[in-house]
Design a protein around this ligand. Structure first.
Ligand code: FES
Length: 116
């Protein structure tokens, strides 16, 4: 897991965007965990260079979605198999009843920036 230092965070916070990873850190089809301040965030690299970001903690109980499985634009929780749409955060099946928070993410050069 990458951690973003408070310095990095504050340097870019004025613009509302924080560098959270390099593009090369998140292979296509993979999910990558980062921490931004106290927040756990999951970064997803979907086919075609489409990067998405959601809360990394499942809304059912405590499990990190970055330990789960990314398939067809959905992340499956490793603990009880709830699935979420990574573009909208929508909980797609039980046992999760609440949606995930989603974050804007963009590519700038070789960096992935998250809007906070
Ligand atoms: S903790 Fe994710 S489905 Fe239960």
């Amino acid at each position: 897991m990458l951690a973003v230092s408070r310095n990095q965070e504050s340097n870019m916070a004025d613009a509302g965007w924080v560098r959270v990873a390099g593009v090369a850190d998140v292979a296509e089809g993979q999910v990558h965990a980062v921490r931004v301040g106290d927040r756990e965030v999951a970064l997803y690299h979907l086919p075609g260079g489409d990067f998405r970001a959601t809360d990394n903690v499942c809304t059912h109980e405590y499990a990190l979605l970055s330990d789960g499985w990314l398939e067809d634009g959905c992340i499956e929780c490793p603990l009880h198999a709830a699935r979420f749409d990574v573009k909208t955060g929508k909980a797609l099946c039980a046992p999760a009843e609440s949606n995930l928070q989603v974050f804007e993410v963009k590519v700038e050069g070789g960096d992935l920036l998250l809007k906070v």
